[in-house]
Design a protein around this ligand. Structure first.
Ligand code: SF4
Length: 399
């Protein structure tokens, strides 16, 4: 909505100030023209131009594809940037448009979808209608969504499960009741416990996310979070606070026990401690996170030892192989190994092309040749890779 208004005055910089929703530098100073209008009717937006992305690479990675069915969140968590970007009023796509898009994605071979809404379960009636439509159209796929613990119920989770939902992620943020009030999360520790129980009952995997470095954080508040994780016996993530511009914690940092130590935005990725409180330094926070993850690190080391010794269960072998597979695929994708090694084999048959590419990739990634060839053959069979024997080349399939 902003760009079509801005393009006609692109060559007339003095008119840029009249275009709402942009920021630019002028005479060494930043000029903000204020917030642009939010799109009110999401159905008016075209679908994301996914065909312009290298979809075969995404498919090879095997990660879920994202879908957005609504924008906005009415809650007021003081650390949240998402809410500031999408606004407090929730705006929805219509159920039929959502399910059409899902059907389309599944027909293109994407059978794992992540619903990346800020709060998918904001409106229970709508969630039920989406689930009903998925079931009625018999669309078979696995999906996950972001939810809030206070929006879940046995009934809604059952609908979600019947429609293929395998997991949900929710922010608990802290296991300390006072902290939950301070950050205006609007939930209680008891609601978090109940949410995990309800998910298990519905056979949906719950994942709880916590923040480290909240205003006034102490060793005790962090220990409360860790104790809650252990009690809930749940998959979890601990993420460092990233006090982005626009968040209440940053704009009113002085009112909280919080000192922001860095404006290096590359460190605002939730993996770096960029704040301190009067009780905790960044290194205290890092030590805590290391301690929180230690059981996972130890369990994984024990599992890989069992698998290496031939004592692992079938499930443990599957998990270990899956990590090996991901490491290999990640190495191939992040170094563009198909693009760099897929050509220059003129006169070779399809089988020879696959063998030669596999050998080069095996050398560059230090993975066994047989394993690399297994995945490259699989990608060819699934049509993620296309073989061009005439040109002596293998490349990612194009839409
Ligand atoms: S953290 Fe979640 S619930 Fe809170 S404001 Fe942000 S999107 Fe809404």
């Amino acid at each position: 909505m902003t760009i079509p208004r801005w393009l006609p005055v692109y060559h007339n910089r003095s008119a840029w100030r009249t275009i709402q929703g942009i920021s630019f530098m002028q005479a060494g100073r930043r000029v903000d023209t204020g917030f642009g209008q939010l799109t009110r009717h999401l159905d008016d937006l075209p679908r994301p131009a996914r065909h312009l992305l290298p979809l075969s690479r995404y498919r090879a990675l095997g990660f879920p594809i994202s879908l957005i069915t609504s924008r906005g969140c009415p809650n007021r968590c003081i650390f949240c940037l998402g809410r500031r970007m999408v606004g407090p009023k929730v705006r929805y796509k219509s159920v039929s448009k959502i399910v059409d898009e899902i059907e389309d994605l599944v027909s293109q071979g994407f059978d794992i979808i992540n619903i990346a809404d800020d709060l998918f379960t904001a409106d229970k009636k709508r969630v039920k209608a989406i689930c009903r439509a998925i079931i009625d159209r018999d669309i078979r796929f696995i999906w996950s969504a972001f939810v809030r613990v206070d929006t879940l119920s046995e009934e809604i989770l059952q609908h979600m499960k019947q429609a293929g939902c395998a997991s949900v992620a929710f922010g608990v943020e802290s296991g300390n009741p006072e902290m939950l009030k301070r950050i205006k999360k609007g939930i209680t520790v008891e609601q978090a416990r109940q949410a995990a129980l309800l998910c298990r009952k519905a056979d949906i995997r719950p994942h709880a996310s916590f923040i480290v470095g909240l205003p006034g954080e102490t060793a005790e508040t962090l220990n409360d979070s860790l104790a809650l994780v252990r009690e809930m016996d749940i998959e979890y993530g601990f993420h460092f606070l990233s006090p982005f511009p626009g968040t209440v914690v940053r704009e009113h940092a002085a009112a909280y026990d919080l000192e922001i130590l860095s404006d290096d935005w590359s460190r605002y990725d939730a993996n770096s401690a960029v704040v301190r409180t009067s009780h905790l330094s960044p290194s205290d926070m890092e030590s805590f996170v290391q301690r929180a993850y230690q059981p996972i690190v130890d369990a994984w080391a024990a599992l890989t030892r069992r698998v290496a010794d031939g004592r692992g269960t079938a499930e443990e072998r599957r998990q270990s192989e899956n990590v090996d597979r991901l490491n290999l695929i990640y190495a191939i994708l992040s170094n563009d190994l198909i693009e760099q090694n897929g050509g220059g084999y003129s006169g070779a048959s399809e089988a020879e092309l696959i063998d030669r590419l596999s050998r080069r990739v095996a050398e560059e990634t230090a993975h066994p040749f047989d394993l690399v060839r297994y995945y490259i053959r699989e990608w060819v069979n699934k049509k993620y890779l296309t073989v061009y024997p005439d040109q002596g080349e293998i490349g990612w399939a194009r839409p």
